[in-house]
Write a protein that binds this ligand. Sequence first.
Ligand code: HEM
Ligand SMILES: CC(C)=CCC/C(C)=C/CC/C(C)=C/COP(=O)(O)OP(=O)(O)O
Length: 285
Amino acid sequence: MSAFVELTKMRISIMVVLTFVVAAIVSQPQFIDPWIMLWGTVGCLLICFSGNAMNMYVERKTDSLMPRTAGRPLPADKLTSIEVLIFGAATFVASTAIFWNLVNWQTAVCAAVNWIVYVIVYTPLKRKTWFNTEIGAVAGALPVIMGALATTETVPLVAWAFFGVLVFWQFPHFMAIAWKYRHEYKAGGLQMLTVVDPSGKRAGFKSVVTCVLLILCSLIPVVEVRTIFHVILLVTISLIVGAPYLKASIGFNADPNDITAKKLMRSSLLYLPLYMAGLLIVYLT
Ligand code: HEM
Ligand SMILES: CC(C)=CCC/C(C)=C/CC/C(C)=C/COP(=O)(O)OP(=O)(O)O
C-alpha cells in the first residue's frame, strides 16, 4: 500500500490539486458548485496519480541511477512494472470517466492533454535537452486551465494570469532543485540546465528573469477586478509575496551555492500557497 502512495508523489499532487481548486473558484467566484468542486478535485488528484506513476514507469532505469530516486517503488523492487502500469491506467481511466461524466468533457480533454504533455513529451525529453523544463512547466501549470474549464466555458483572464504565474514560478523552484542535484542528474544522464552549465550562471539568470515575469503576470488581473480597493489589494499582495521570492532568486543568481539554492527552493514553496490565498481574498471579497 505505502509503495502505491509513493508512486503518487502525494505532496506535489496535493499542491497541484490546490492550484486546480483555486483556479476553479476564481474563474467563477459568484457560483461555486460543490459537486463540481468535489468531483473536479477527485478527478485532478487521480490524473496526477496516473501521471506520476507513469512518469516513474518511464524513468525506472534513470531513477535507479540517482540516490534521490533510487528508493522509489520500481528501482527498489517494491512493485513490479505491471503493477505500476495497471495503477497508472486505472487512475487515468477513473479520472477521465469522472471528468467526462461529472464535470464536463472540456476538463476531461484538457486533463488528457496535460497527461500526454507530462508523460509522453516531458519525461523522455529530460534525457535529450535542457529545454525539458519549459515543457514540464506547461504540464505543471495546465491544471489551472483544467480548473477554469471545470467552472466556466471560456477561460477568463484571471485563469490565464494564474497559468502564467505558475509557468514562471516553476523555473526558480526547479533551478534551485536542479542545482542541488546537478551531480545526480548528470549521473542519471538527464540534461538539466545545471548539467549543461554547472557554474549555475544560466540557472541563476533564468530564476531572476522568470521571477520578474511571474510578478508581472500576478499583476495582470488589476485590469478586471471590481473596485479600486481590489486593485490596491491585488498589487499589495502580489508585491508582498513576490518580493521575497525575487530576493531569493537574486541571491541565487549572485552566488549559486547550496545555501542560496535551499533558500530559493524554500521561498518557492512559501510563495505558491500565499499567492493562492491572496488570489482567493481578492476574488471572494
Ligand atoms: C518543471 C516543473 C517542475 C519540476 C521539474 C519539479 C521538480 C521537483 C523535484 C525534483 C522536487 C523534489 C525536491 C527534493 O527532493 O529535494 C520537487 C518538490 C516539490 N515540488 Fe516541484 N517540480 C516542478 C513543478 C512543480 C509544480 C507545478 C508544483 C505544484 C503546483 C510543485 C510542487 C512541489 C512541492 C510541493 C515540492 C515539495 C514536496 C516534495 O518534495 O515532495 N512542483 N519538485
Ligand atoms: C497529468 C497531470 C495532471 C500531470 C501533472 C503532473 C505534475 C505533478 C506536474 C508537476 C510538474 C513537474 C514537471 C514535476 C516534476 O516531475 P519530474 O519527473 O521532473 O520529477 P522527478 O525527477 O522527481 O521524477
